[in-house]
Structures are given as structure tokens and as C-alpha cells.
Write a protein that binds this ligand. Structure first.
Ligand code: XMP
Length: 435
């Protein structure tokens, strides 16, 4: 479970109208919760066996009983039993019969007539409430944020900055595995556009030395994760007394780490994640938000589309897209090839509509021809997939002309590459990344 501050949650229960969605293990739960929010009512998902006391403490306007799933050992009889118990607390109840899509008009009536909700939930409202909450919590103390350049940490940083300005310091560690132009973009955005206190750490040499000779994927991740923490701690120590640390936890991280019966199934540790024994109190200003809401908050706060619309990118970055040993030369090759992929996918208008699109560099060489010369050089693997949640993914049927354009540009413009192949494997059995 996330570490979001209980005091903060209690405070929000008092001020914020909400509807609780009870999870009976059925499908499309997050979609249901999102639909309710899109209607202007804040919703949260809770396990079906949450105690009546806890539900009362949360002071909901209404309760929605979602669909059941036999997989979780829950049947309609269990739901009926829960329903009778819930009747005693006198909050309006809605029992989902089909899927949310088919019941939209009934759901609307429930929210706005039975529960008398007021449509207060919007991203402007969220920002306004969070700014208050963050100010109350932080007082005149100082706050630290590890900025990765990804959507969540960027939006979290800008939101906290909106609340407490100069009291926030951001640390960006350039581990050398970023995409082309990303470190510069971080500097331009946070230092120049937002005028934040940004500590920019060029740790490229340090990371490259640590991963030299390492070929095992998990070993790579571990080394990079550990080194990241070391660099971050070194920088934090230089900054003097700081009480709070910003984390970019979002709502799916919380929901996906619990089951219908409230069991915690996995804890979330992104690479770039920090250890729990750091002596900071956590601020997780985005814990209530779905990804689309995080992006909208980012836009509201003035972050460029290039940042808020970013595709997912692994914490260890290009390091897990070089299969085998990482060298400075391979990093340069991959960074250039990847930039061409990005550019072409954007130009084709496919950046927003694909989940991830990127290049991979395997440590093999093959024979090719350039003019009269025989070449012996690297191939680039192109990977473009669609997905809803990264749990499964489908390779994208890119137009042949686009494939041709990407391939021609890469072999022409990137030295030491003589071949491009397209990965036509879905997940499962493949994974999205190659390592
Ligand atoms: P796979 O390759 O398992 O990836 O299908 C699923 C999603 O997770 C991302 N990914 C990572 N993200 N650190 C991260 O922060 C990692 O080590 C990592 N490995 C994979 C991947 O890009 C995809 O979105």
C-alpha cells in the first residue's frame, strides 16, 4: 500500500465529495471508477470486505457495488450479503448489473439525484485542493523531489512547486541512458520555464563505469537502481536539512497493489525508486489520479505536451534496450536510431495513438553492403506496440511506407548500422522490452 499520509486523506474526506466503488473482483473496475470521475464525481476503489466503520469514516456520498468474479471466490450471494449490511449505514447504493457503459444513464441518475453530487471534481479543483493540502503539510519546511523527466515526476514537481515555490528543490540525475535531447529538455523546462531550484547531476561517467562488462538484465537494473540511490543521497546530503520527499505515486499503483479482498499483491518499486529508510516524510500529491488525469493536471499547470504526452519509458532507460554489454559507442548508436524512430512516428501522427515505440540494439553484427564495400555492423530492432495497461500488448501493423522510411533513414543516417528489423511479437509471449 502507498504511504500517503493518513492525515492528508482524512482532511480530504472532510472536504471532498466522493463515491466509493466496491471491488468484487470483476473486470473493468478502473474503467468504472474513471467513468464516474469523468461525470465530475471523485471515486475511489475499495475492497468489498472493507469494514462499515472504515466506510463511514470515509464519509462517501454513495456506494457502487461493482461486478463479481468467480476467480476471486466472490459470487452474487456474497454481494447480496454485503449489500444488506451496507444498507444499515444509510448511504445510497447502486448495484452494477451489466457493464458501466450500458448503465451510464442510470449511473448519472444515481450520482446526481440519489447522491446529490455536485460535479465538483475537475483538475482545476484538484489543483486548488492539493495546493492547500501541500501548503498545510509542509509549512515552512523544505522539500526534495527526484525528477526523472517522466510524466508523473514532472507533474508532481510542478504541482508542489505551485504550492510552495522556492521551498522545493529538484534533483535530476543524468545517468546517460536518456533519449536524445531529454536532459536538455529537463533543464529548459524546470530551470528556465518554471524557474525551479534544479540540481542537475551529470553522472554519465559514473554509471557507465558501473555497468561496464555487465550483460545480465536483472544485474543491470540492480546496479543502476543502487547507483541512482547513491547519487541521489550524495546530492541530498549537500543540500542540508530537508524534511519531505515528493513521490510520483499515482492511483493505479495503489489499486493494482491490492485485491478485491484487500490483500496486498505487489508493492511498487520503480527503478529510480528510493529506499524506504530515507529520513523523509513522503508527499504523494498524485496518489488520487488516474494517468489521464495526471496528464490533464500537467497541461493545466503549463507543462508542454512533449512532456505530459510522453510514452512510458523504463527507469533504466536505454540501458535495458542495449542487449548485452553497454558501451558509450552503442549508447550513441541507439540514441540516434531511437531519435529517428520517434521523429517518424510523430510525423506519421502515431505517437499519441501507440503505447510505446522505440529502438533496441542487440550486440550482434551482420554482413551488409554499402556501395561496393562489404559492411559488418549492428542491426536495429524496431518495436512499436499498443497496450491498455502494459500487462498485454499487441504489435502495431505499421504501414509499409512508414517502415521503409524508418529503415532507410536509420541505415543512412546512423553510422555502424546496416540493417533494420521489425519485431512482430505480441505480449505474451514476448514482453514489451527486450530485457
Ligand atoms: P515489459 O517489458 O515487462 O514492460 O512488457 C512492461 C512495461 O514496463 C516498462 N518497464 C520498466 N519500467 N523500470 C521501469 O520503470 C524497468 O526496469 C522496466 N522494465 C520495463 C516497459 O517499458 C513497459 O511499459
Amino acid at each position: 500500500m502507498s504511504n500517503f499520509n493518513k492525515g492528508e486523506a482524512i482532511d480530504l474526506h472532510r472536504r471532498q465529495e466522493k463515491v466509493l466503488v466496491l471491488d468484487f473482483g470483476g473486470p473493468d473496475l478502473q474503467i468504472l471508477a474513471r467513468k464516474i470521475r469523468e461525470l465530475g464525481v471523485y471515486s475511489e476503489i475499495i475492497p468489498y470486505n472493507t469494514s462499515l466503520e472504515e466506510i463511514k469514516r470515509q464519509n462517501p456520498r454513495g456506494l457502487v457495488l461493482a461486478s463479481v468474479s468467480a476467480d476471486e471466490g466472490v459470487n452474487s450471494a456474497v454481494r447480496d450479503e454485503v449489500r444488506s449490511k451496507l444498507r444499515t449505514i444509510g448511504v445510497p447504493l447502486y448495484v452494477l448489473r451489466e457493464d458501466a457503459e450500458k448503465e451510464m444513464s442510470a449511473l448519472k441518475d444515481f450520482l446526481f439525484q440519489d447522491c446529490r453530487c455536485s460535479k465538483e471534481w475537475s483538475m482545476q479543483y484538484f489543483i486548488q485542493e492539493q495546493v492547500k493540502t501541500i501548503r498545510e503539510k509542509v509549512g515552512d519546511k523544505r522539500v526534495l523531489c527526484a525528477l526523472s523527466g517522466g510524466v508523473d515526476s514532472s507533474v508532481a514537481a510542478v504541482l508542489v512547486h505551485r504550492a510552495i515555490g522556492e521551498q522545493l528543490t529538484c534533483v535530476f540525475v543524468d545517468h546517460g541512458f536518456m533519449r536524445k535531447g531529454e536532459p536538455e529538455q529537463v533543464r529548459a523546462t524546470f530551470k528556465e520555464q518554471f524557474q525551479m531550484n534544479l540540481v542537475f547531476v551529470d553522472a554519465r561517467e559514473r554509471f557507465l563505469q558501473k555497468v561496464a562488462g555487465v550483460t545480465d538484465p536483472e544485474q543491470k537494473r540492480k546496479i543502476i537502481g543502487t547507483e541512482f540511490i547513491r547519487v541521489f543521497e550524495d546530492e541530498a546530503a549537500k543540500l542540508g536539512k530537508i524534511d519531505f520527499l515528493v513521490q510520483g505515486t499515482i492511483y493505479p499503483d495503489i489499486v493494482e497493489s491490492q485485491t478485491a479482498s484487500g490483500k496486498i499483491i505487489k508493492s511498487h518499486h520503480n527503478v529510480g525508486g528510493l529506499p524506504e529508510d530515507l529520513e523523509f516524510q513522503l508527499i504523494e500529491p498524485l496518489w488520487q489520479l488516474f494517468k489521464n488525469e495526471v496528464r490533464e493536471v500537467g497541461r493545466e499547470l503549463g507543462l508542454a505536451e512533449e512532456i505530459v504526452g510522453r510514452q512510458p519509458f523504463p527507469g533504466p532507460g536505454l540501458a535495458v534496450r542495449i542487449i548485452g554489454e553497454i558501451t558509450a559507442e552503442k549508447l550513441d548508436i541507439l540514441r540516434e536510431a531511437d531519435a529517428i524512430v520517434m521523429e517518424e512516428i510523430r510525423n506519421a501522427g502515431l505517437y499519441e495513438s501507440t503505447w510505446q515505440s522505440f529502438a533496441v540494439l542487440p550486440s550482434i553484427k551482420s554482413v551488409g553492403m554499402q556501395g561496393e564495400e562489404r559492411t559488418y555492423a549492428y542491426p536495429i530492432i524496431l518495436r512499436v506496440v499498443n497496450s491498455i495497461d502494459a500487462m498485454t500488448a499487441e504489435w502495431v501493423r505499421l504501414p509499409y511506407d512508414l517502415l521503409d522510411q524508418i529503415s532507410s533513414r536509420i541505415v543512412r543516417e546512423v553510422p555502424k548500422v546496416n540493417r533494420v528489423v521489425y519485431d512482430i511479437t505480441s505480449k505474451p509471449p514476448g514482453t514489451i522490452e527486450w530485457e
